[in-house]
Each structure stands twice: as C-alpha cells, then as structure tokens.
Design a protein around this ligand. Sequence first.
Ligand code: AMP
Length: 281
Amino acid sequence: MIIAEKVSDVKAAVRQWKQAGESVGLVPTMGYLHEGHASLIRRAREENDRVVVSDFVNPTQFAPNEDLEAYPRDFEADCRLCEQLGADLVFHPEPKEMYPEGFHTGVSVDVLSKELCGKSRPIHFGGVCTVVTKLFHIAEADRAYFGQKDAQQLAIVQRMVRDLNYNIEIIGCPIIREEDGLAKSSRNTYLNPEERKAALVLHRSLELGREKMEAGERDAKVLLDAISSEIEKEPLARIDYVQIVDWNELQPVEQLAGKVLCAMAVYIGKVRLIDNFIFEA
Ligand code: AMP
C-alpha cells in the first residue's frame, strides 16, 4: 500500500493505473477510521481495480469556533485498517499541500446547502465541495463513496457532480451503527460514559418519528414535535435542528410526499452529533 503526502505522488501512481486501463474508487475521509469508513472502503474494493483513501482533516470546512484542532487523529491505526481492507493508496496531505499560498478558488452548491447543517455551519459545504473536487481530480476517480450518515453532504456532492458534469459516479452507502443504535462517528470519542448513554436519544427519537411515518402520519409539524419532545426528555441533549426536508432540494416540507429526509443535529454536552433517515412517503 502506498502512503502519499504529495499530490504529485498520488498523480504518478494513478497515471500508471490508468495507463493499464484500471478503474479507481476513492473514499474521502477525515481519518480516525471506524467501521463506517470501513464499509465504504470495502464497497470501493469490490467495485474498482484500485482503491484510494484520502485521510485529511480539511481545515476549510471548519469554522473558527469549531473543533478543527481537537478533531481526533490516529494516522498509524488508519493505515493499518486501510492495509487490511486492501486499499492501494492512502493520501495524507498537509493542509499547505492542498491549499498552497495563492489558493483562491472554491466550489459551492446553493439551495441544498442552506437548510439542516447549513444553518449553523454556513461555510461547511463550500469547504467540502472544494476539497472533494480536488480529491476527485487528483485521484482521477471513476467512483467515489460517501456515507448516508452525512446525508446532506451526499446530496450536495451528487448535485455538484450533476450540475458541473464531473466524470465520476457517486455511491451512497448506508449508515453503520453501534449495537445500541448510535451512528458510528469519529466524534463519538469526545463523549464521556454518561454522554455516551445520553447520545442514544438521537437514534431513539428518529425511530419514534419513523414509526409514526410508517403508521401513516404525514404532517411534518406533528412528527417534528414528537421527535423534539423525545429529545427534550434527555437533560444532556440540546437540539441544534430537527428537520424534515424533501430529498431532492432539501427544503422543509409541511406534508410528507415522495422521498423525504428526516435529519437532526443535537448537542450532547459540548459534542454536536448528527443522524438521519430517509423515508419514502
Ligand atoms: P468523515 O471522516 O467523518 O468525514 O467521513 C468520511 C466518510 O465516511 C463520509 O462519507 C461519511 O458519511 C462516512 N461515514 C462516517 N460515519 C459513517 C457511518 N457511521 N456509516 C456510514 N458512513 C459513514
């Protein structure tokens, strides 16, 4: 497995693969890899001749008040997992390699970036779109793998690829959870044991919402009230948002129809966690 820190080293490896007619699957990550990331790498391994994993805590998607410095990192463990999973290359650049002096270009997707996480993280998705654009080009990826854990990110990247005619297929992969239902996340390591228990309220309240939808409830306000009251029962939880939006434009709906995304961000103590599900009404 190649470990590359320089863009030019990734490009040199990819050029050889492409000359041999091989396909490349890319899994963009911020490292501190867990089973959620592993599921994407496995899928990429099945569907491509070569697999590139990027392991880069991208500074441009963090606002100054967010957890860029504190974000957990363990590059050696990440490399061991990537090797076990059969990745061909791990790209682990320094920020200045991705954003050299004089870097002034950005890609953003309007409308879909405005609701959900976009409200409290207004610069986040511009940073994501810009870095994944760079990664797509550097790795000359034929396919890129994203988790539904970050459903808004998946929708935005899919739209960017469609709108700007990128030659890449975006593959969405299901959310991987702990046995008790908590969605796996690198940020779960911030939780103390008491908070870890409290964090179950995200999945529990979403399941409550899903049950009501399955029982025929279509009024978004009724559903959101039920979900929010369940969260409010947990003293360590503070809601950032709970929303039901249409899966096409990610705009709030009043009555559920077609494919909808029910998503939330909830602070457990100081830790901001996200979770969601998609429902076909
Ligand atoms: P991150 O390192 O948090 O930026 O995540 C990198 C990729 O892994 C993103 O596409 C995430 O959606 C995906 N991912 C993170 N956690 C999970 C999970 N629990 N299940 C599925 N995919 C995940």
